[in-house]
Unconditional design. Sequence first.
Length: 223
Amino acid sequence: MGRKGFQGKWFYNFSLDQRVPENHILRLVSNAIDFSFVRGLVQHTCSHTGAPSVDPVVIFKMGFLGYLCGISSERQLAEDIRLNLAYKWFLGYDLDETPPDHSILSKARARYGPQEYRQFFSEVVRRCREASLIDGDRVYLDATLVRANASLDSLVSRPLDQQLGNVNEYVNRLWAENPPEDGGETEPPEAPRPAGGSKPGKPGANARRVSRTGPASSNHRRQ
């Protein structure tokens, strides 16, 4: 009977790029979209003097991860990015580099404003649609029972399909669930939370997945 032990190493032969599969959604998005357009989007908010800021491409890519995965809590998003190798690869951070924390995301939102975020998400959605990434035919399921006419083959990723019309709702939720640390007013106003009792930033199965053949049906987890 084998026994697995752990002993830390001084050096590792590790390639983060090789750990992200070729068919991973973030690799597909990265291949389809040149996110450098973000710099032109926020150029007017940046100064020509002082210390360089965190690359705005990184900031908005983090925002895209939140939008894609239904995470509106910046604190939760920053924690997940530190743990997920694919997220770090997508942002251009290596294994031994630390991505921005939630406070940097909050300060960036205060600088750039909600309108720039709406423009960013809308532009990414448009480019994903042009690259045929929107109406995907594959989604990862975890022991899900699908009733009515919602067959497993008809399921698509809700963040890439149905959520396309909810850019404003997501931006509103982003501002509402991440109040300024200085106690200032929250902008824009809070948007209604999805039904189903899901915790903020962690939508339930019905908020994440939709059937093209039975969009009104529900997804239920096994007991």
